[in-house]
Design a protein around this ligand. Structure first.
Ligand SMILES: N[C@@H](CCC(=O)N[C@@H](CS)C(=O)NCC(=O)O)C(=O)O
Length: 218
């Protein structure tokens, strides 16, 4: 099997790439990385010293591909399937990348900041940083609510890389800062993402690990 994915089933950026792989039934070998385990972490850092998941290894082309967006671009180029993750049209492709960046930078990263703070020692918390992250999430929710007024998926009628980015970002963001009743279009989009078979499968596989997710005040 030429493709190997280094990932963890609970890790949100790994979900993004798993959605892309499952969308196209792309076969790959699973390598679960446990960063809490010294030898697993060391073996992973030998592949990608930055130590962030996911990383794709393509033995057929002798390529190691880090970064979720770049992995999805790589899959779209070399392992395309029925779901076209990036449109061929240059303008639409750029718009797809913008929306992918939006979900990563303004939903996913602030969500990680809030979750990460729960894992910090009591005397190392960053209350101000968490407050800023929550404000950024609120702004992003308002923008997504506006954008999704007439859209089914992030780019319109067609599922794309931007939706791969949106699914885990919104799933975990809703846990740390629930959408509430004020963003109905976000809630409807979120429901569609949760029902998409590719993401439903990712969540089912993550189920055994959810107890590891840090709850508030833990
Ligand atoms: N920009 C990276 C972010 C990846 C990332 O933050 N991965 C998390 C898991 S969701 C991770 O590996 N965290 C471990 C760490 O930061 O040490 C991407 O898009 O792949």
């Amino acid at each position: 099997m030429p493709l190997k994915l280094y990932f963890h089933p609970l890790a949100s950026y790994c979900h993004k790439v798993l959605v892309a792989l499952y969308e196209n039934d792309t076969t790959f070998e699973s390598h679960i990385v446990d960063l809490m385990n010294e030898s697993s972490a060391a073996a992973f850092k030998a592949i990608w010293p930055i130590g962030k998941m996911p990383v794709l290894r393509d033995e057929a082309r002798d390529r190691t591909v880090p970064e979720s967006t770049i992995i999805i671009e790589y899959l779209a180029q070399h392992y395309p399937g029925r779901t076209q993750l990036l449109p061929e049209d240059g303008d639409l492709a750029r718009e797809t990348r913008l929306r992918d960046r939006f979900f990563d930078l303004y939903v996913h990263d602030p969500m990680q900041k809030i979750v990460g703070d729960r894992l910090r020692p009591a005397d190392k918390k960053d209350a101000y940083g968490v407050e800023q992250a929550k404000a950024r999430l609120e702004s992003a929710y308002r923008m997504v609510d506006h954008d999704m007024t007439k859209r089914i998926w992030a780019m319109g009628d067609t599922f794309s890389m931007a939706d791969c980015a949106a699914a885990p970002a919104l799933f975990y963001a809703n846990k740390v800062l629930p959408f509430g009743n004020t963003h109905p279009n976000v809630v409807e989009y979120f429901d569609r993402l949760m029902q998409r078979p590719s993401y439903a499968r990712v969540l089912k596989e993550a189920q055994p690990y959810f107890a590891l997710f840090p709850q508030e005040n833990s």
